[in-house]
Design a protein around this ligand. Structure first.
Ligand code: ISE
Length: 333
């Protein structure tokens, strides 16, 4: 059996996922596309000989579309996800799930009213082999109880129009999700710390920023976020336990010895860095749908990320740690 997918959003990541669903994942086939900018959707539709819809809503309503992938601009995510839930269709939404915690609550209410999970959020790092191995090592008890996480997220550049808040909503959102997944705990507080600013910033946003989180059991997470001008796209994560540590491995690369030095290259582009994780993520999504329901990151996880992001952004304004208060977790999650 093959799942017929409609894709809303034919930008860079949308086109990469369409190719993946068409060529790499055996259980999926893209049957329709839409994009706010029609020519983008038309070009993809022609390339694959599939249906081009005038709007996302039209795509969701098409009877042959069994599941929807939302890779459109961030502010449009929540509306499409709600529309899919209304239509009773599975929806995979790239992060962020919504722009505000309130929109996430609306999504959760709609999904809960339907009585079953339809939504999965694109937190692909959970499918990265390195992070998955870290989680296994933590759960095996080898490093004892986890006490803290040191992490960093370094980018070489950003698309035009980048702003200070995006360091949270588009960038650190990955650490927000992966840290609570690794620690299996919820957050208590969030704070952004000021730091000397880098001259390697193309716009007028704050760079770098340091984000601090605490969990309910008292663990601390620090995330160094460089959104521009770093030497490479470099993601690091070390979990410190009472008996040892586990660290995220670098992606495998050839080790070069030359010129009296030993080195290996680091990637420059985020879509390449997690390319295998995306493949594993969509393969798992398709298999879960064939079994009846998605089992990856849920609307709840999308909601927690938004609430945490809001607290971080508020803390940058107030200059102090902000509490993270969550609604009661519905039983379908
Ligand atoms: C981008 O939106 C992502 O999702 C990447 O994972 C992140 O590393 C990058 O910094 C963002 O711009």
């Amino acid at each position: 059996k093959e799942i017929k997918v409609g894709v809303i959003g034919c930008g860079a990541i949308g086109r990469q996922h369409i190719a993946r669903l068409m060529n790499t994942i055996p259980e999926t086939r893209v049957v329709a596309v839409a994009d706010y900018y029609q020519p983008s959707a038309q070009a993809v539709a022609e390339q694959y000989g599939i249906t081009c819809c005038a709007t996302g809503e039209e795509l969701i309503a098409r009877p042959e579309v069994e599941a929807v992938l939302v890779t459109s601009a961030d502010p449009s995510h929540a509306g499409y996800v709600l529309e899919c839930i209304k239509a009773g269709k599975f929806v995979f939404c790239e992060k962020p799930l919504a722009q505000t915690a309130q929109e996430c609550e609306e999504i959760i209410r709609a999904e809960v009213a339907g009585g079953r999970r339809l939504v999965q959020v694109g937190f692909m790092r959970r499918y990265d082999r390195g992070y998955a191995a870290m989680k296994q090592a933590i759960e095996s008890g080898e490093i004892g109880a986890p006490l803290m996480i040191h992490s960093c997220h370094r980018n070489m550049s950003q698309a035009p129009g980048f702003a200070t808040d995006y360091a949270v909503t588009r960038v650190a959102i990955h650490e927000i999700d992966i840290s609570r997944w690794l620690l299996d705990d919820e957050y208590a507080t969030a704070q952004v710390l000021a730091v000397r600013q880098s001259k390697n910033t193309q716009g007028d946003w704050l760079n770098p920023q340091i984000m601090m989180l605490t969990t309910r059991s008292g663990q601390r997470i620090d995330v160094e976020v460089q959104t521009d001008g770093a030497y490479a796209y470099d993601i690091q994560c070390q979990v410190v336990g009472e008996d040892g540590t586990v660290s995220l491995p670098d992606p495998s690369a050839v080790v070069k010895r030359a010129g009296a030095a030993c080195s290996f290259p680091i990637m420059t582009d985020w879509s390449q860095r997690f390319i295998e994780a995306y493949d594993i993520e969509f393969d798992a999504w398709a298999k879960a749908l064939l079994n009846g329901a998605p089992d990856g990151p849920s609307a709840w996880d999308g909601y927690v990320a938004c609430v945490t992001g809001d607290a971080l952004i508020l803390s940058r304004q107030t200059g102090k740690p902000e509490a993270i208060e969550l609604m009661e977790k519905p039983s379908i999650y």
